[in-house]
Design a binder for this molecule. Structure first.
Ligand SMILES: Nc1ncnc2c1ncn2[C@@H]1O[C@H](COP(=O)(O)OP(=O)(O)O)[C@@H](O)[C@H]1O
Ligand SMILES: CC(=O)N[C@@H](CCC(=O)OP(=O)(O)O)C(=O)O
Length: 258
């Protein structure tokens, strides 16, 4: 039988608040079967940059990552955020292992080409070492993946956590039945971003196009949904966007349909 794997992505708002993170991790521990956690931490990186008096620049939801910012995101994502999650999960009895894309060469990327915008040390994913990940899962190890990749030439690169989750899901879908869940602070994709009760329970690619045109889905939500539909097209069985407190009942959120 094909192995089932659940991949959960949590963003900056979750990892920033200790109480929210703790509640989420309790739910994550309860999640049955093989699982992987991909975390963001954009807000924590911005806060650390401010403490170090380094300016943060974002273009279309992506962080412009110069040498100083690369040092910050490496420390914050690969260090503080990742190891804090691992320690908390270990305290709850889950055998978590923290990884960046460089560890076991799990995610190889290349520095994004400069076109109109120079994003600096931002990586676009080339390859995922699904064999290494499957070996860990088989040993009952739960990978906790930070949004950092590497170019196999010794350089770390900053890569959006939504993209990391979709890339892992797509690679594992070749051998496993994968569920991908994007957890955030809303109940799902909203028809009206200001109305928390307007959750759209199912979206097809056609409906996505219409919602973009109407302006209901805009800015940061566009790359998130694009990543979701991309993953479905490449064989990921189920993709959901929903509240972080609903990872054990994904149907309460938005189901992205093929
Ligand atoms: N239609 C919508 N439905 C849900 N959230 C929306 C919508 N439009 C905009 N948003 C905003 O998008 C944010 C999620 O995007 P982002 O900040 O990239 O999250 P994350 O850090 O979890 O990846 C939400 O916090 C929400 O405020
Ligand atoms: C290239 C790029 O933009 N990387 C992201 C990685 C962190 C992330 O994705 O965090 P959230 O999930 O909390 O937004 C960034 O530095 O913000």
């Amino acid at each position: 039988m094909m192995q089932k794997v659940t991949i959960i992505k949590v963003g900056g708002a979750v990892v920033e608040s200790p109480d929210t993170l703790n509640d989420f991790l309790n739910d994550f521990v309860k999640l049955e079967g093989a699982k992987i956690l991909v975390h963001g931490g954009g807000r924590s990186a911005t806060a650390m940059a401010e403490r170090l008096q380094i300016e943060t620049k974002m273009v279309e939801g992506r962080r412009v990552t110069d040498q100083n910012m690369l040092e910050i995101v490496t420390m914050v994502y690969g260090g503080l955020v990742n190891k804090n999650i691992v320690a908390k999960l270990q305290s709850k009895g889950l055998n978590a292992l923290g990884l960046t894309g460089a560890d076991m060469n799990i995610i190889q990327a290349h520095k994004r080409e400069v076109k109109h915008i120079d994003y600096g040390f931002v990586g676009d994913v080339d390859a995922v070492n699904q064999k290494a990940i499957l070996q860990l899962l088989t040993q009952d190890v739960t990978p906790i993946v930070a949004p950092l990749t590497h170019d196999k030439q010794g350089n770390l690169l900053n890569t959006n956590a939504d993209t990391i989750a979709a890339s892992l899901a797509t690679a594992l879908a070749k051998q496993c039945e994968v569920t991908l869940y994007y957890g955030f602070e809303k109940d799902g994709v909203l028809l009206d971003a200001n109305d928390d009760h307007s959750v759209i329970h199912a979206i097809t690619p056609k409906e996505f196009d219409a919602l973009k045109e109407q302006g209901a889905i805009h800015s940061g939500m566009i790359p998130k949904l694009t990543n979701c539909f991309d993953a479905i097209a490449k064989g990921v069985k189920s993709v959901y966007i929903g509240h972080i407190s609903n990872i054990n009942c994904p149907q309460k959120g938005t189901n992205l349909c093929g």
